[in-house]
Write a protein that binds this ligand. Structure first.
Ligand code: HGY
Ligand code: MN
Ligand code: MN
Length: 414
């Protein structure tokens, strides 16, 4: 069966795939893709994004919060804008499509319009957010929070593993920590993010595209466990206060609690031990918790149970546990008009519309505090993400770009 995509759609998709491959070269770790917020790789990627915007006739710049932003004026100068974009920071040893797809697809839409000499009534603003993954500093979504007027100033005091404060790294990057809290994007009427699904549903149902209905709420915490360092050879087992085994029992208890409910997920993604010597009983452990659910009340109830289990395990082992919340975002319901608009363009492309929630968090859930916001999902192989095996086909890349471009053309500022 002939593809519903035109030759121009397919060519634009191929160009976007080539861009994504070139973009993946901007990494902090040779041989794998790791691009942390405000790092040298982020700086090089931002410079490339700005240069590509320049080739498309857009004057892009780095804003006070470390995002790259650009505006393509509509027929009416100063008209409200439809904002498109996603993030260009990555997790460690990442795939090349998470975030980067939506940021570069946003630019590709403007390139298509400019190539055809098209001007729409509304303006288009594109954004490449810098801090969605929140890997380097214990923050996340700070770029979208800045544009939504919900910036958390305390994030600037966070320090990375080398002790560098986010405030200083932001200034060195070309941002302005003193202004990051006052760049609310009042010119934006709506926000749409194209993103890979990062899950298996579209592939399982043989669909290249999906329309996001809602985004899971999330809580991130840091847990410190204090036991007692001691001699591995001379300390009897019953006299130990081993911080590592206490943390391990806590991690298993967290997993067990999440398994009680189908759409509740909890992850201990990072565990650090002190002093980390073969012949020393660990005296301190520090680990992260990432807890998510589509329903905020159930997430809160699960968190209360997890806190109780951590305290009980610490008490039973003669250890002390401390918990600190580092991020909280409530579940987000996408704007029905945007869901309807994305559904319509997906159908126009001959794809049966599949509405589905997002287990992963996105900048969209923050921009939804500024304006109507929604998301378009693109199928990814095996649903694999946050992994170098992440992959999409060039045709699905073209499908996502064609749908986004159609949505932009059809969009009406109400
Ligand atoms: O963690 C997330 O859901 C997103 O990839 N930052
Ligand atoms: Mn992402
Ligand atoms: Mn991600």
């Amino acid at each position: 069966m002939a593809s519903p995509l035109s030759e121009a759609d397919l060519a634009a998709g191929a160009r976007l795939m080539a861009r994504l491959d070139a973009f993946a070269a901007f990494t902090d770790e040779p041989g794998r893709l790791t691009r942390l917020f405000l790092s040298d790789a982020h700086r090089r990627a931002a410079a490339a994004f700005i240069a590509w915007c320049g080739e498309a006739g857009l004057a892009a710049r780095i804003d006070a919060a470390g995002n790259v932003v650009a505006r393509f004026e509509g027929k009416r100068k100063g008209a409200p804008a439809l904002m498109l974009g996603s993030h260009i920071d990555t997790v460690r040893d990442a795939g090349r499509y998470d975030g980067n797809y939506g940021a570069l697809a946003a630019l590709a839409v403007v390139e298509t319009l400019r190539a055809g000499g098209e001007r729409l009534d509304h303006a288009i603003e594109i954004v490449a957010f810098g801090d969605e993954e929140g890997v380097r500093f214990r923050t996340t979504l700070t770029g979208s929070r800045a544009l939504a007027g919900a910036y958390l100033e305390e994030a600037l005091d966070q320090r990375d593993a080398s002790g560098v404060a986010m405030r200083d790294a932001l200034r060195a990057f070309g941002g302005d920590p003193d202004k990051a809290g006052s760049i609310r994007a009042d010119t934006v009427a709506a926000f749409v993010e194209a993103h890979i699904e990062q899950g298996p549903v579209l592939e399982a149902e043989g669909l290249p595209l999906g329309v996001v209905t809602a985004i899971n709420g999330a809580t991130r915490l840091e847990v410190g466990v204090d036991g007692m360092a001691g001699h591995a050879g001379a300390t009897p087992m019953k006299l130990r206060r081993d911080a590592l085994t206490a943390a391990a029992e806590m991690a298993l208890a967290i997993e067990a609690r999440a398994r009680l409910e189908t759409d509740l997920v909890a992850t201990v993604g990072r565990l650090e031990i002190w002093p980390g010597a073969t012949n020393v009983i660990p005296g301190h452990a520090q680990f992260s918790i990432d807890l998510r659910a589509p329903d905020d009340e159930r997430r809160a109830a699960a968190l209360a149970d997890i806190k109780a289990r951590i305290d009980a395990i610490a008490a039973a082992r003669g250890a002390r546990a401390s918990l600190a919340k580092t991020h909280e975002a409530n579940a987000f319901v996408c704007d029905p008009r945007i869901v309807a608009g994305l559904t319509r363009v997906v159908e126009e492309l001959g794809v049966s519309p599949r509405l589905l929630p997002s287990g992963a968090g996105h900048d969209t859930m923050i921009l939804g505090g500024l304006c109507p916001a929604g998301m378009l999902f693109v199928r990814c192989k095996g649903g694999i993400s946050h992994n170098p095996l992440e992959s999409i086909t060039v045709e699905d890349c073209a499908f996502g770009l064609a749908a986004l471009t159609r949505f932009v053309r059809d969009f009406q500022i109400t």
